[in-house]
Ligand binder design. Structure first.
Ligand code: MG
Ligand code: ZN
Length: 221
């Protein structure tokens, strides 16, 4: 009993801080995504591709969440955009308080798109609102096609599913139709994009979707 109560209180505190973060993003009309996946699905590669293609038209800023290292932030730094590494020191998710703690590093008046790369984990990041506009879940071909049915909460709360590494499809028994069907059963509103951060295939659809969200956010009253 006690354990359940503690967890509820943590989430309540998280939600009120998340709302404060959201207020800052809204006030500055910054479109914010919380990018989640298992370790190794290609979140950072997606970011590199996205920044490389959109940095001349959108002002992009990034938070990199990681258990221990600064490897991913170093990859993003090469593009000369604002990036902060949050090391969770073993915690397997980002929470709103960790995000709040680094927001002072950014000039949100000069930001169109803010990407928060969560710690690689499909379980508890789903329980922590960070203040984002949308959650983007990535799965990749080598991980197998059972992610939606194994981690339904992650898919229920997401707006987009990116199916990455489609260049490897021919070498696996990954069932694309099944993944899409399972994901849409959980959440019929999901946008699903098939992409390869290796070859670039399908990325234009993702970029168009992002441009559209940034435009909508900018036009919000
Ligand atoms: Mg990464
Ligand atoms: Zn966790």
């Amino acid at each position: 009993m006690a354990k359940v109560k503690v967890f509820t209180n943590i989430l309540k505190a998280n939600d009120s801080i998340a709302q404060k973060n959201r207020d800052i993003f809204n006030k500055n009309k910054v479109y914010t995504i919380n990018l989640m996946s298992s370790p190794g699905s290609g979140k950072t590669s997606l970011l590199e591709r996205t920044i490389d293609s959109l940095k001349n038209e959108l002002k992009i800023a990034v938070i990199e969440g990681d258990l221990q290292t600064t490897n991913d932030a170093e990859r993003i730094e090469k593009y000369n955009i604002p990036v902060t590494q949050i090391n969770t020191d073993g915690a397997c998710h980002l929470d709103a308080n960790m995000v709040d703690g680094v927001l002072g590093n950014y000039n949100f008046k000069e930001t169109d798109l803010f990407v928060i790369e969560n710690v690689g984990n499909l379980v508890c990041p789903a329980g922590f609102d960070l203040g984002e506009d949308d959650r983007v879940v990535m799965v990749s071909i080598p991980e197998g096609d059972d992610k939606p049915i194994k981690y339904p909460v992650m898919f229920r709360k997401a707006s987009v599913v990116l199916i990455n590494k489609i260049d490897l499809l021919a070498y696996t028994n990954f069932n694309m139709d099944k993944v899409k069907k399972d994901a849409l059963n959980i959440n019929p509103n999901l946008e699903i994009f098939e992409i390869s951060c290796q070859t670039g295939e399908g990325l234009d659809n993702w970029f168009d979707w992002l441009r559209e969200q940034v435009r909508k956010k900018r036009d919000e009253k």
